[in-house]
Design a protein around this ligand. Sequence first.
Ligand code: DQQ
Length: 437
Amino acid sequence: MNDPHHPIYHYQPGNWMNDPKLFFHNGEYHVFLQHNPKEAAWGNMHWAHAKSTDLVHWTPLPIALAPTPDSPDAKGCWTGCVVENDVKIHILYTGITPEGKQVQCLATSDDLIEWEKHAGNPVVSEKPEGFGDCFRDPCAWREGEEWKMIIGSEVGGVGGAALLYTSPNLTDWTFLHSLFTGRAEETGHDFECPDFFPLGGRHVLLTSRGQTFWHVGAYDGERFHRERWGMTDGGSFYAAKTLEDDKGRRILWGWIQERRTEEEQKAAGWSGVLSLPRVLTLLPDGTLGIEPVEELQALRGRHWRFEHLEIPAGEESLLLPEVEGDALEVRVRFAPADAKVYGILARCSPGLEERTEIVYLREDERLGNAPLALGEGEGLDLTVYVDRSVIEAFANGRACHTSRFYPERDDSRRIGLFARGGSVKIETVDVWEMKPI
Ligand code: DQQ
């Protein structure tokens, strides 16, 4: 809490974290993370574990998986998934063998705390012919009497592939074919951390390379036929995966990456942050809706409100009077604007020497790097969660851009609005102080 860049209402397990894997069980949300318990640097992969009952506060739990010397996961327990059959709870994950090969392993538990690795590991030892180096991050689900699983891979020169397997029992797996093969120029040369689930009458495939992409389409039990695709987030947000809770909500979390040097990360003693939970919905046009969960409102404290503000053409910015803080929720409704570029300024010093922009680019139709086309007469409804060095932005229920900013001044605590290349009218501004978790 004394580190001015360390978030206060985002979860971070200490040292290194990446890729979340989610599991909902008996009313509790469980998150497992790729984790290096020794230092704030990638490597030595363990599975950290924490749980929450309210989607806001997290209780750290003992490490779930650690590499076992001279075993198929001697060099790391990489990403995978958590599933439950009628008897036990299972983790399927990628083990890195002493030779550095990627194989798929199984571990089992009764209580999610004590995990026993399967004596016959690995359960999948060989990559099928014809696919590239990537062979990792299993994602399994039950389908009638059988289990299905996809493993992230690639077809050289073509794009990412989600290799489909079937099993009667989670230990004996048969390769079928690629569930879906992407195009490198759209969604990257391979698929890391695939996730696959039904949503609103369609199926959604998530794949990661560069960013986490969503693909919406039809699943016929053998192949996925993609209809629409896009980005879950345009910024520092990766390896995102989901769970379904007892309210039937499909909730997404990602790994918020750092944007400072490896030396700075190690010196800080922590690296990587768990994103805020985001609810996914299928929108009427067949694309994906993404919004922060409403439970986050429990963190709101002191409130400021402003109405009918304007930034006229030629004037660049305005600082909100009185508003101050390094952990805030900022909600701004912009009327349809003629400014070319406009948005919110966060972590501003009083004279604006230091600040970061959360920007909507009207002509490019982007929120930061995330595509966002506004309809005729549609304003911009922008919500920004500022949590010290973490900035998560959500717009119009369908675009997200997460960024990092590490202020050097301790008075960079103000919030502003800005516009360039024209004017913008602001209908309402709400700002809340956010409480620590
Ligand atoms: N991170 C894991 C891999 C995965 C990658 C290793 C994605 O399993 O493909 O830490 O960030």
